[in-house]
Design a protein around this ligand. Sequence first.
Ligand code: ARG
Ligand code: ZN
Length: 880
Amino acid sequence: MSASAPQPIYLNDYRPPAYRVTHTELKFDLVSSATRVIARLHLERHPERQEGELPLVLDGEQLRLLHIAIDGQALEDDEYDVNESHLTVYRVPSTFVLDTEVEVDPEANTALEGLYLSNGMFCTQCEAEGFRRITFYPDRPDVMATFSTTVIGDKGSLPVLLSNGNPVEQGDLPNGKHFVTWDDPHPKPCYLFALVAGDLQKVEDHFTTMSGRDVTLQLWVEEENLSKTDHAMASLKRAMKWDEETYGREYDLDRFMIVAVNDFNMGAMENKGLNIFNSAAVLTHPQTATDATFQRVEGIVAHEYFHNWSGNRVTCRDWFQLSLKEGFTVFRDQCFSADTNSAPVKRIEDVSFFRTAQFAEDAGPTAHPVQPDHYIEIGNFYTLTIYEKGAEIVRMLRNLLGWEAFRQGSDLYFQRYDGQAVTIEDFVECMAEVSGLDLGQFMRWYFQAGTPEIDAIGEYDYAKGEYRLTLRQRTPPTPDQHEKLPLHIPVRMGLVGTKSGKDLSMTLEGESLGTDAVIHLRDEEQEFVFTDIAEAPVPSLLRGFSAPVKLRFPYGREDLAFLLQHDSDGFNRWDSGQRLALLALDDLIAAHRNGVEKVMDSRVTEAFRGLLTTDTDDKAVLAEMLTLPSEAYIAEQQPVVDVDAIHAARTFVKQALALALRDEFMAVYRANQSDAPYVPEPRQIAQRSLKNVALSYLMAIEDEEAVELARNQFEDGHNMTDVRTALTLLTHSSRGDIADPALKAFGEKWAHDPLVMDQWFSIQVTRPQSDALERVKFLMDHPAFSLTNPNKVRALIGAFAGQNRVNFHRADGEGYRLLADVVIELNKLNPEIAARIITPLTRWQRFDESRQALMKAELERIRAEELSSNVYEVIEKALA
Ligand code: ARG
Ligand code: ZN
């Protein structure tokens, strides 16, 4: 907390550090409320900072300094200064050794940054700026040092003592203590430092690298979780292999460790050789985790592993470059998951999520470029824009260069910058160099915030056999960026002949492009004239979501139904279905608002009938095609969001489809039931998702038979995917309390398992019925709930505010008030989580005036508190 307003930091002010650390020696004497950290830093003046005399300024927060010496000589009081954020030593030699000893209090650390306790175990989270809560240090990613770390702890309660690298020495000490010393030979920034100590058990496996080296793989968990490690271990081995085969990247230490901890702000962290995971992002068991969780775990394990190269061996010069490692690594994990599972479904899922959540971020008050040029609190910049939009930009580069050249660019990047801290420009320059492409205009993707919008129109000239496509781009203004320049936008497309239903050959300016091609939009407006087009086409634009933009084209409903059937691009087939449903939903939203009778568009019903009755071998894609756009995505399309009308319209469509196609859904449900033992493999997952989509339609009309199916599926207890779907459908049903016995049984059965209790909370608080808010309050008093555990906060408060749109946006403002109360509490306990959980309140501009006023009043109420820099920055932007 700070009394004076926190100040922004600017990219333009970047300078290399005055002093760098060549080697870091740490010794931890672990005690819950008073841990001693002894640090010996080998420092030298930076070659580029030779101007005059410079004081040594180190970062340090919440540290009690006990001792300080330079080259063995204790410092006098007037030779240094310590305040709440820095240690300054006024005069230092050009090469020297700094010794410090500090005391920290892990037990009091509820922010979960730095060294803290989770379930009695010590662990660390240092990215972005947590290391300064461990010892005085130049806490910035361009200072890279080798580390030698000795961990001392009580042998009885802390039998396992881990840090980065390889263990080199261990032994017993007096007073029932023991120690282990770890050496990490790879120079690293301190944000990749990690320490874990606790009563942990391990599962061990091995991986032989491409050059034949043996790597020991260890997964460390609390004893009761030993049965939940198989999938993460298998995923890790697949990821290691994939990175060798796809990017030529080999692992570089003798051991790779993953630790699961219960209290963790994010998903996981790529600390060198010692990844620390939120237990929710690593533990799985068929009885406790859904298919979606199995897939998420696989993706996150791969993501953190891939960071070993894209992030650790080559790291970021400063935090404005965060997307250098995150965008590239997300792209890598997306491709890995696509290769391991169903590629089209992976793309549909990623784009669905992106268009809902990232588009909303890009259109809101916290919009920022993928390479921001200023920030107040870097912890607020672990965003969908940095991660997901960053990944979309890397994907566009891959598509622009083609895989071969992209891989050469990646090789060049890793080879040229190995062991260095670099910039986004350095990465793109490698891509430009190997391909000879001019990526100058392309770089604007990194500098400009906001989602570009493309308005497309097309005209077919029968007489000339020409199709003219006009594309016009515009990026709306965002906070602190009013003027936008045109971007270089790759638009992958085809022209689907209306007679043949086939992709037509395209010729542009005399050049033959084939039936599927990328055209490049660079100007504000550009016309593309395709010649020798023998039949009238329907254009299929932005195939595979080839650029992160909104594309409008005046499709008629027949056009969309046609594309849904004939588009050769699976992604666009799905998207045409979504667009068709959105048009129908639009009418129904208007009908609801005007109080007129709702009528279902028969074209949607017929399209669904077609889907349900045509044989397909891709059940995963079919399940996606049968899924209506989410309320959040529908809301994205509305000028003023009317949550009630959206909910009513979407519910109406589900019921109308279920009524018209009841037998078809029933047939699909029955055809996809299976007793086969649970395996998280693509075919089974596809079958389960199709079956469960069918059940969700059947439950929309809530007849006896459907309820019976759901009850049976719940009671069969075959696997968590099926159980959770059934329990959710029963709980979200409007038929009174039909779910109560199941909810009770579930809550009792899993009371001991925090990850399952998270699901139990979420299922209840996302219920559309009007008692949801009361339920949130009631469950906040449940013994399994805790405001200091981020998973619980997300499961209960986050799920309510983010997913239960009708109840969070209650007209009486009680939903907003509840969220603000939680933010005010969390601001004191865990600022990073507090700042994240506010998000739904920051989107007030999207709602009617009365809700706007209520939401702003709650933001003002938060603003009146003494705020952490995290919450301060978000609130100031939201109220600007
Ligand atoms: N680098 C981590 C990842 O993407 C995220 C860590 C962010 N942590 C934080 N406290 N902001 O895998
Ligand atoms: Zn990451």
